[in-house]
Design a binder for this molecule. Structure first.
Ligand SMILES: [Zn+2]
Ligand SMILES: [Zn+2]
Length: 435
């Protein structure tokens, strides 16, 4: 005795019916319940569909055996849960595209599940390009958009005057038509597909009964003006949702308009959360003797003046932190993150060298290095030849990545730890050995 008998009952056969009996019973029932012959029965389509599915399962020895042993759960791959379900639910399962075990893996197409309605209109997602300046300063943007609104003339009925739609002749008002689907070379399955004539609605207006303005479409295009506020401190990829500003459809709430901010890379600043990073260069004399000047033009046009501490020598790739000069914090724009500044040192050029008294300069500068100690027994001379590290990398020099990365500045985004505050790195070993 099978664990469930609903499918047998649907076809009106005994649980031990032969293949032939099942086929005959299905043919008879299908004729009887065909929606074409049951125009006044709103459930005819559903019944017919259930019958087709029942036959589909019971006419195949393998799936019939599975059904006998495990019921519908055995076929939908849902295990043992949900025994004693109402057959209608079982079919909703099968055809709603939810469970779909291996046997029912084919696509039933749109409009399945008895014309399920969406709870809300379609959202419009619009990418919107912004600059880092926009996100720093905030911005209000007005834009013209076109959206679909419910037709004002027919109030969304699509009809002219009081004309009523008639049941669609193509699908007999069901909204779908019954089509044969090839499951495997040997088997043809029954499946529904949305009616093309009425787009799954089941009703249609005659040409002459359609609303003049929307031509029976129920909606018309309308130009609107949207204003969005890009707030200070907003993030790249942040979404600005204008609830209910999207396309309208009769009978359901309008969708949302969703702007997705897309920030283009900035020439001078990189952002990491609320913090910013920038690179500047100072001259050799500034590195040795200090500076007090406008170091940075900020994203809001302000100049940022910084003075180095007296007596401080600045080494190439030193970094400093300018507290409170980072990005405004979203929703707390009076507070800001920090600005990290990596300082490069521009070496003077050869023209400059020619113009100075080099002997005098040598006396001013720290002494040159001596040969290494202890002195090696064998010393060879090698030629000095400039090289381009980028070129070397491109030729996939077989050294480890560390070989090249050693001493290179860390990339922004490795976290705060990668950043050394100015105060932390005091006197390191001097470059030149004292004599
Ligand atoms: Zn209309
Ligand atoms: Zn139709």
């Amino acid at each position: 005795m099978p664990v469930e008998i609903e499918l047998y009952e649907l076809l009106g056969v005994a649980v031990d019916a032969t293949e032939d009996e099942i086929k005959k019973a299905y043919r008879k029932k299908a004729k009887e319940h065909h929606p074409d012959k049951n125009i006044n029965d709103p459930d005819a389509g559903q019944k017919f569909q259930e019958m087709a599915a029942a036959y589909e399962i019971l006419s195949d020895a393998e799936s019939r055996e599975m059904y006998d042993m495990h019921g519908m759960d055995g076929l939908t791959g849902k295990g043992s849960a949900g025994h004693g379900m109402d057959p209608a639910d079982l079919f909703a399962h099968l055809f709603g595209g939810g469970g779909g075990g291996p046997m029912f893996g084919f696509d039933y197409g749109p409009g399945m599940g008895g014309g399920r309605r969406r709870a809300k209109g379609e959202d419009s997602v619009i990418p919107y390009d912004v600059t880092l300046e926009d996100l720093y300063n905030g911005k209000s943007v007005k834009m013209n958009m076109e959206k679909e609104v419910v037709c004002g003339l027919c109030k969304g009925s699509g009809a002219r005057g009081n004309a009523k739609p008639k049941a669609c002749g193509t699908c007999d008002g069901k909204g779908w038509t019954y089509v044969q689907t090839q499951i495997s070379p040997a088997r043809i399955g029954a499946s529904r597909s949305q009616c093309r004539d009425c787009k799954g609605v089941g009703e249609k207006l005659k040409e002459k009964d359609r609303c003049k303005k929307c031509k029976g479409e129920k909606i018309v295009k309308e130009k609107t003006r949207q204003e969005i506020f890009i707030e200070k401190g907003m993030a790249d990829r942040q979404r600005i949702v204008l609830a209910g500003a999207g396309d309208q459809e009769p009978g359901i709430p309008a969708g949302d308009v969703i702007f997705v901010l897309k920030c283009s890379p900035h020439d001078s600043f990189e952002r990491s959360g609320d913090d910013l990073l920038t690179h500047i260069t100072i001259t050799l004399s500034e590195a040795l003797l200090g500076f007090s000047r406008i170091l940075i033009n900020h994203l809001d046009g302000r100049g940022i003046k910084v003075s180095s501490p007296p007596g401080k020598i600045i080494k190439p790739d030193d970094s400093i932190i300018l507290r409170g000069e980072g990005m405004p914090i979203y929703k707390r724009p009076d507070q800001r993150g920090d600005l990290y500044v990596i300082i490069g040192v521009d070496m003077p050029d050869e023209q400059w060298l020619k113009s100075v008294d080099q002997k005098a300069l040598a006396l001013l500068l720290p002494p040159k290095k001596l040969d290494v100690e202890p002195l090696p027994e064998v010393v060879d001379e090698a030629d000095y030849e400039s090289s381009d590290i980028v070129d070397v990398r491109a030729r996939s020099f077989p050294a480890s990545q560390n070989f090249f990365d050693h001493g290179f500045p860390s990339q922004f985004g490795e976290g705060e730890d990668a950043w050394v505050d100015d105060e932390d790195e005091d006197d390191e070993e001097p470059e030149c050995r004292p004599q």
